[in-house]
Design a protein around this ligand. Structure first.
Ligand code: HEC
Length: 504
């Protein structure tokens, strides 16, 4: 049952009438926002839950997930909370980042290819996201910079402490993640997204940056990339391709998400141009020269599908037609009337420069029911494809051929639940007051209640079914993009969590 303050209920009903969406539709889990954007917040609710949704059982997985003829899938490991990007070590283990836990996990690979152990390799990091291994170093994209630490793949161990080699990058905002890779030119590339849905930035972001391996001599390599969550170099050509997520609030089918061939000095359109040369309805007229210089995407993905991870297939185990193709994880839409994305696709590059896209792994979403959200893709040492899922905290392994035996997934127990919050009645009263002030001062209602221009759906319902004060406080420390990041103290987060749980 929904528990709401009576005044809030009246307030929400009035808002409901004013903006004209059906209150009853809300109970089916779908809200239609003014302008026709429909939001299924039942999914958003699960996605954002502090407690991860359980992964599919093996039989269900085989039943639900679809692959081209001749491929097979297993859950390789699970229990990796908020699993985001991966890196394969020289000995075939998998490193996985967990921004919300502040950790990098090491999943050990046994001789037969199964996962044999999960360890916390690093913890206490600042929202670790991108991971890159190069020349005995592990590079980690964190909240405001990049750190690196010595990593010995054969020992499955780091030595020393992480050294900040890049600091002072723009932090927070709607797209706070930092992705790192080392290029074939032995330089460090860093991608960071925009602070907003659509705006003119005052800081360097919505960009790709390039540094020497020690973090020196940084340059802005490319701009106009709204949120390039991952990138990779095509082995045959050396061309650098980056995924990019298109803006929200232009309806269900606009604008496309993108794959861009990124060149030094290139400008890729945002916020003035969407897709191939379409002026943005809000910002399109503001900078005609800049808009004219925008480079078209190489490939367009359907709107709101949210392409995140990319990996070129350089293994030998898959059929010939996949050699040189890119696998891209489409994380899936959160604000579209019917869901789109929720799959891994193969992008094929033709000799004439054109591209085509075909489904590879589908079934994360069936009849609007979501059972996973793919994030990272990586080619393993036996030519298999690994896919991470931040919805269930799982890593899938896809092979050409068939898995034999039980294929029992490794159940990691590396996660610790956040400390519980114990307050005296007097402290709780104070937290409620201070939480309400924080809610007001930070304009949370603009997205969550008022239905203003930049509105997100009012998804703050039944919070106590999925969160306690501790896990909600943890969510506020590392919110799910595009929820912006706020620099709250631990005390402020607790106060807000107590207030939110009482109010929603
Ligand atoms: C710019 C718009 C915006 C603002 C401002 C904003 N949020 Fe959010 N918030 C979102 C979006 C979008 C999501 C859902 C993200 C998704 O589903 O991918 C979200 C999700 C959440 C959730 C998770 C809900 C759940 O059911 O799991 C909480 C809690 C939350 N916001 C609290 C706050 C608080 C507290 C503030 C103010 C300090 C705030 N938000 C400000 C956009 C916003």
């Amino acid at each position: 049952m929904l528990r709401r303050h009576p005044i809030l209920t009246v307030f929400l009903s009035v808002i409901t009438l004013l903006v004209g969406f059906s209150w009853w539709a809300l109970h089916d889990g779908v809200v239609v926002l003014p302008g026709g954007t429909a939001v299924d917040f039942s999914m958003a609710l699960q996605v954002l839950s502090g407690d991860e949704v359980a992964p599919l059982a093996e039989a269900e997985l085989k039943d639900r997930m679809q692959l081209p003829e001749g491929f097979d899938i297993e859950i390789w490991a699970t229990g990796i909370p908020n699993a985001r990007l991966m890196a394969v070590t020289d000995t075939g283990d998998l490193l996985v980042s967990s921004p919300r836990e502040g950790k990098v996990f090491l999943l050990a690979r046994g001789a037969d290819g199964t996962a044999t152990g999960a360890d916390v390799l690093l913890e206490g990091l600042d929202r670790p996201h991108g991971l890159a291994l190069h020349d005995g170093w592990l590079y980690i994209g964190e909240g405001s910079g990049v750190s690196r630490i010595r990593f010995a793949a054969s020992k499955r161990a780091t030595s020393g402490v992480p050294e900040k080699i890049v600091s002072g990058l723009a932090e927070g905002g709607n797209h706070w993640s930092k992705t790192v890779h080392v290029g074939p030119d032995n330089r460090l590339y860093v991608a960071l997204g925009s602070s907003c849905n659509v705006c003119e930035e005052t800081e360097t972001r919505a960009a790709m940056l390039r540094y020497e391996l020690d973090g020196s001599n940084g340059i802005t390599y490319a701009t106009g990339l709204r949120n390039a969550v991952d990138f990779a170099w095509q082995p045959q050509t050396g061309v650098l391709y980056a995924t990019d997520n298109g803006r929200d609030l232009l309806g269900d089918d606009d604008p496309p998400c993108e794959l861009n061939a990124v060149v030094e000095g290139g400008f890729y359109g945002w916020p003035y141009v969407n897709g191939a040369g379409h002026p943005d309805p809000d910002f399109g007229g503001l900078a005609p020269d800049k808009a004219a210089s925008a480079i078209d995407p190489t490939h367009e993905f359907p709107a709101h599908t949210a392409p995140l991870g990319i990996a070129f297939y350089d293994g030998e185990a898959f059929p010939q037609r996949y050699r040189g193709a890119a696998f891209v994880a489409l994380h899936g839409s959160w604000n579209r009337s019917t869901k789109a994305g929720f799959e891994v696709v193969a992008v094929h590059f033709q000799a004439d420069g054109s591209t085509s896209q075909e489904p590879f792994l589908t079934g994360f979403e069936v009849d609007e029911q979501v059972s996973g959200r793919p994030v990272g893709v990586a080619v393993g040492p036996a030519g298999e494809l690994f896919v991470s899922d931040d919805y269930t905290g799982s890593i899938y392994r896809i092979v050409h051929g068939e898995f034999e035996g039980s294929g029992a997934a490794l159940m990691a127990t590396t996660s610790q639940t956040p400390d519980t919050v114990n307050l005296t009645p007097a402290e709780r009263e104070r937290a409620l007051v201070s939480g309400e002030n924080l809610w007001t001062q930070n304009g949370c209602a603009a997205c969550h209640v008022d239905g203003e221009a930049d509105a997100a759906p009012n998804i703050l319902v039944e919070l106590d079914a999925r969160y306690d004060a501790a896990s909600l406080s943890q969510f506020l420390l590392v919110p799910q993009p595009p929820m912006p990041l706020y620099p709250f103290s631990a005390e402020e987060r607790t106060a807000l969590a107590v207030y939110l749980l009482a109010e929603f």
